[in-house]
Design a protein around this ligand. Structure first.
Ligand SMILES: Cc1cc2nc3c(=O)[nH]c(=O)nc-3n(C[C@H](O)[C@H](O)[C@H](O)COP(=O)(O)O)c2cc1C
Length: 213
């Protein structure tokens, strides 16, 4: 039993880490930019990567990552200080902190979110660490953001999107707007990343916002 005078601390201002999971949907550029912005702005990130996620990265970025210890410098081009913000966990390591609700986070993003991972989250199958961490975020009523990329969207995927939405997740398809003065592909990537950061309540000015001068 704890003693009434036992020393305890409760720091309401300590920044909580963010979980970023990469599954096998198309859109590796979104993940790379999201991780760069988070790490460079001093946010601690727990990073999870599925096998298919690494295949997409190979296809889209021309980079073959080691699934046990991906080369963050090659992938994200971060300096050592920013890279130290990112903590990578293997896909089946259920001993890792983010597998438990008692480890606190500021939220989780699955970007990109494949149809398979969407289904696993919708049905609570938890067969890998991405599914498990998402399940934890739902049960703890924390922010969970899924960024699917598929078109057209099947009846099955639509039902899965509704299921995760009803369970408390935010479904934000990788569907950038074109109204913020698009000059390059990077502007479209930044649109998605800015909207994800908005959902995480992280101040950012990486795109010109509607209504700003
Ligand atoms: C190059 C490439 C692109 C893919 N693009 C998509 C996609 O946009 N959306 C999707 O749902 N699945 C896509 N897939 C298929 C998924 O990667 C596949 O269904 C995989 O089983 C998902 O596993 P995961 O959810 O564990 O990452 C793609 C696969 C490859 C290799």
């Amino acid at each position: 039993m704890s003693h009434p005078n036992q020393h305890v601390t409760a720091n309401p201002n300590s920044p909580l880490p963010i979980v970023v999971a990469v599954s096998g949907g198309s859109g590796a550029v979104y993940t790379r930019r999201l991780l760069q912005v988070l790490a460079n702005s001093g946010h601690k990130v727990h990073l999870l990567l599925s096998n298919a996620g690494s295949q997409v990265i190979q296809q889209e970025l021309g980079l073959r990552l080691n699934l046990n210890a991906p080369d963050l410098h090659a992938w994200l081009g971060l300096d050592s200080q920013a890279a130290s913000q990112i903590h990578f966990h293997q896909l089946h390591d259920f001993f890792t902190p983010v597998a438990s609700g008692s480890y606190r986070t500021a939220g989780m993003v699955i970007c990109p979110c494949s149809g398979g991972t969407l289904s696993a989250v919708a049905h609570g199958t938890s067969s890998n660490l991405i599914h498990r961490a998402a399940e934890v975020h739902l049960k703890e009523r924390r922010k969970l953001i899924l960024v699917p990329r598929e078109t057209p969207i099947s009846h099955v995927a639509l039902k899965n999107m509704l299921a995760v939405h009803e369970a408390g997740a935010v479904v934000m398809p990788a569907s950038p707007g074109w109204y913020h003065g698009v000059q390059s592909l990077d502007d479209l990537v930044d649109f998605m990343v800015a909207r994800i950061l908005d959902q995480l309540n992280i101040d950012n000015d990486i795109i010109r916002r509607w209504g700003s001068t």
